[in-house]
Design a protein around this ligand. Structure first.
Ligand code: FAD
Length: 429
């Protein structure tokens, strides 16, 4: 039987969930192997923003993660807007007046915090030993029966490896989720939320010309019927991240692909009623523009996040639409809780791993699944389609404040301690 120090934790996927978990486990003295299907650890050049709970979770995983984030993050550029999460604009009033005031503002303790994913992940990968990262390894299947009771992993390139525990950080289309529940289980595939998004990065100077200094240099959410456009500064203020969401009754043509090629012309048509500022902003994007289908696990959440010595982490467990801007933050919360559990002194064998993963499921599933549902509701709220709110902006503000509070007002460290206490109780039972 392998001893505790020989236990191998296989992390499938090197996105935000996989790498934060890898750092958290490695720095707690656990042996990790990361298997990433891509030829190198890489990410699309888009922005991602973090809410206060995410920053707490980074520190709990390991202070170096928070420091890495600090090196690459961009906050609102104006000193008076350091606590502003988003200024919300009513596009009915967007007549091109750069000085138009927001309809309302949502703030929190840390304001807006945008990073370019690629920059953040580049920093994270430096925090794990080079030999722990195996690229070009797409997990195809796993089975019991390895030596010392280990799980045997099989990769698409025909190679094999072994691990004591599998931590599936393999994203919204998780292969491990399909293997756990079966390819025909409703949760095996995510479903289309009937929204898609154009994403672009625009040079700051040009964005200022289009929408004015206040909106370009600070996070802004432009609400309208059936769509919303959000912008926030990234790349230390040199670039503006633009995401333009549009609701549709049409089905997504090919669910095996979450992106499709579209055009700037199509974006201009979709947002033609959003005022001259947004039109100018979209004109800055490239003529060929990808659209991202917004899928989630809202209709068919996995019945459990953990089974035996395999568990789902991040989007693999609770892929959400991005309207709360909290999906990645929840990945890091998952990593914090899992790392606390798996590093428990009491674990000496596979029974300990099973108990730890069962506690992870108990602690994380309700909150993770709530985010998925709440994000749908909040997307509708931004687009005046939420039942009982519609275009009543006072009600919209109240709804956003309440739901953002559920996300941000947590004590991640306390959540981890609670998980450890639950582990000890179950371990001794
Ligand atoms: P992923 O980032 O999808 O990583 C999964 C990794 O696993 C990938 O590297 C993939 O190549 C690899 N992989 C997959 N299958 C296999 C396999 N079989 N074998 C080996 N490797 C495999 N969240 C926020 O918190 N704030 C935001 O502002 C925000 N904005 C968003 C905007 C948009 C338009 C979208 C779509 C999402 C947004 N999110 C945001 C959500 C956030 O991006 C996700 O929650 C987060 O990136 C998920 O991370 P992950 O590591 O779980 O999955």
């Amino acid at each position: 039987m392998a001893t505790k120090k020989d236990h191998v934790f296989a992390i499938i996927g090197g996105g935000i969930a996989g790498l934060t978990l890898a750092v958290a486990l490695h720095h707690r003295g656990l042996r990790i192997k990361i298997f990433e299907q891509a030829g190198q650890m890489q990410e699309i050049g888009a922005g991602v923003a973090f809410t206060p709970n995410a920053l707490q979770a980074m520190r709990v995983c390991h202070p170096a993660i928070y420091e890495a984030y600090e090196r690459v993050r961009t906050r609102n550029l104006w000193p008076c807007k350091q606590k502003v999460w988003f200024d919300f604009y009513d596009t009915r009033n967007e007549d091109g007046d750069a000085a138009a005031k927001p309809a309302f503002t949502i703030s929190n303790d840390v304001g807006q915090n945008g990073v370019l994913r690629a920059h953040f992940l580049d920093e994270l990968i430096k925090l794990v030993p080079r030999e722990a990262a195996h690229v070009g390894k797409r997990l195809a299947s796993y089975e019991e029966g390895g030596p010392d009771g280990r799980l045997r992993l099989r990769f698409a390139d025909g190679s094999e490896d072994e691990a004591d525990v599998i931590l599936a950080c393999d994203g919204i289309k998780s292969r491990v989720r399909q293997l756990l529940f079966g390819a025909h289980h409703p949760c095996a595939l995510p479903s289309y939320t009937h929204r898609y998004a154009y994403r672009a990065l625009v040079p700051m100077e040009e964005a200022v010309d289009a929408i004015g200094k206040e909106k370009a240099q600070n996070a802004a959410m432009h609400m309208g019927k059936g769509g919303h456009v959000l912008t926030f500064p990234v790349n230390h203020g040199q670039t503006v991240n633009v995401v333009a969401f549009h609701a549709t009754s049409e089905e997504w043509p090919d669910s095996s692909k979450l992106t499709a090629q579209s055009t700037r012309e199509a974006a201009l048509r979709d947002f033609s009623n959003f005022g001259p500022g947004i039109t100018k902003l979209l004109k800055l994007t490239s003529p060929k523009l990808d659209i991202w289908a917004i899928f989630d696990l809202g209709e068919n959440p996995p019945p459990t996040f953990a089974m035996d010595r395999v568990c789902l982490v991040g989007d693999a467990a609770h892929a959400t639409s991005p309207h709360h801007g909290a999906g990645a933050g929840f990945c890091i919360e998952d990593a914090a809780v899992l790392a606390h559990l798996l590093a428990s002194e009491e674990i000496s064998d596979h029974r300990g791993h099973r108990v730890a993963l069962a506690v992870y499921d108990a602690v994380r599933r309700e909150r993770g699944s709530w985010l998925v549902q709440s994000s749908r509701r909040i997307g509708d709220t931004y687009e005046w389609m939420a039942e009982g709110i519609e275009d009543d902006l006072a009600k919209a503000e109240e709804e956003i404040k309440y739901r953002n509070g559920v996300i941000a007002d947590v004590d991640v460290e306390a959540m981890c301690h609670q998980a450890r206490e639950e582990f000890s109780k179950r371990w001794r039972a």
